[in-house]
Write a protein that binds this ligand. Structure first.
Ligand SMILES: *Cc1c(COP(=O)(O)O)cnc(C)c1O
Length: 393
């Protein structure tokens, strides 16, 4: 927890008597983080934000000044981004795009559409023809990983619904060569998420670039853009060991010499790594009880607001904000932190050591800014939503 967040929460704790439950976002920290991410990026690289990680308006507004554009993965996100980030370049990606969504993207004049299949390519060509507009595309590819280490969440390197198989590439290139309104700008890769290892990620990008180079040579392609996806990881269990973005950026030119010489732009589309650290989910402890030998603390809220711990099957990191002069109910115990839902799955962290705890204290879960509120089953049990608190200068 940053001093600014702690101070704000302490102040709120003194004012509030009703059990508290909120998302708190530190937009100053987000601004600093995205600024340093963009600053570290070598020349010839771009950074887009994948809005699905957290599409809240103040987040987009804060990022807008720094990122090169935004990635949308649905017609809904496209409309929302057009509204919230007017004038910024947009990517439209994702599997199973509706024809109406493809048309919407063409009409909005997005920067580039990431094509996921041959079917989609044909549909897009027909739409571009009807709309009489030239559409820039990247072909999303799934390739074998050839000895490169994987992560906990793989979108490629094995059979998945994402991207084109290399075997379909000749057919896709033939379609594009025939089509009058499709402009192939290059290729898109997003093969893994939760990447924590700089060496692995550099190797992965080297593989992408080698592949693209071989395709360009083989089919004499003239391209200018390679999107190497997102997937930069957050270390929820050892937050001091997140992916080292600065070191990664410093070493990136070693693997991009060839693509730089070709004048290819290397584009990143990160979500989690940008947004996770600025968000906190806060629950007030309502009750503490011992059940068949184990302690449980029941907080206001739960995984219907904050599904991340369940989605990741981990114990989410948290700090305690004890209420002043609150006598402790338990001391030096292991406690399982749960929410208000009537299901044993509503667990945010299991068997966590606490020095002292009592109802009225606050549990502050950190790293709650990405894939948190917006991936949660918010209507289950019809509890009221959390408050949203935005800290700005
Ligand atoms: C979700 C997604 C991203 C962002 O992934 P992170 O792991 O949040 O960085 C980028 N590209 C594509 C295609 C995605 O589906």
């Amino acid at each position: 927890m940053t001093p600014k967040v702690r101070e704000k929460l302490q102040q709120l704790q003194q004012q509030r008597s009703e059990p508290f439950c909120a998302y708190v976002y530190d937009l100053v920290a987000l601004r600093q983080h995205i600024h340093s991410m963009c600053h570290a990026l070598p020349a010839g690289c771009e950074l887009f934000y994948a809005a699905k990680a957290n599409p809240e308006a103040p987040i987009l507004r804060t990022l807008c000044e720094y990122v090169d554009g935004f990635e949308a993965a649905s017609g809904g996100e496209l409309n929302w981004l057009r509204e919230q980030a007017a004038g910024k370049p947009l990517i439209f990606g994702g599997p199973g795009k509706l024809q109406s969504e493809l048309r919407q993207a063409v009409q909005l004049g997005v920067d580039v559409i990431h094509v996921e299949s041959l079917t989609e390519l044909r549909r897009l060509q027909a739409i571009a023809l009807e709309e009489n507009r030239t559409v820039s595309v990247l072909l999303r590819m799934n390739i074998a990983l050839e000895g490169i280490g994987g992560t906990r969440l793989m979108m490629g390197g094995k059979p998945t619904p994402f991207g084109l198989d290399e075997h379909d590439l000749p057919a896709a290139l033939r379609e594009i060569a025939r089509s009058t309104h499709i402009n192939l700008r290059g290729f898109h890769f997003h093969l893994m998420s939760h990447q924590l290892d700089v060496d692995n990620h550099l190797q992965l990008i080297r593989l992408y670039l080698d592949k693209v180079r071989s395709w360009c040579e083989r089919w004499s392609l003239d391209i200018d853009l390679i999107n190497v996806g997102g997937g930069i990881g957050i270390n929820y269990l050892e937050p001091q060991h997140h992916f080292d973005w600065a070191c990664f950026c410093q070493r990136l030119p070693d693997v991009t010499q060839f693509s730089q010489a070709q004048g290819w732009t290397l584009r990143f589309e990160c979500g989690r790594y940008i947004a996770a650290a600025c968000g906190y989910y806060v629950m007030e402890v309502l009750d503490i009880k011992k059940n068949l030998g184990e302690w449980f603390a029941i907080g206001r809220g739960g995984t219907h607001h904050f599904r991340t711990p369940v989605a990741q099957s981990h114990n989410h990191p948290f700090s305690l904000l004890r209420r002043e002069q609150n006598a402790e109910w338990i001391k030096d115990e292991q406690v399982t932190l749960v929410g208000q839902l009537c299901t044993p799955k509503d667990v945010l962290a299991r068997q966590q050591p606490v020095v002292a705890l009592a109802p009225g204290d606050w549990l502050v879960f950190s790293l709650a800014g990405a894939y948190a509120w917006n991936i949660s089953h918010q209507n289950f049990l019809m509890h009221s939503p959390p408050e949203f608190i935005w800290l700005e200068n």
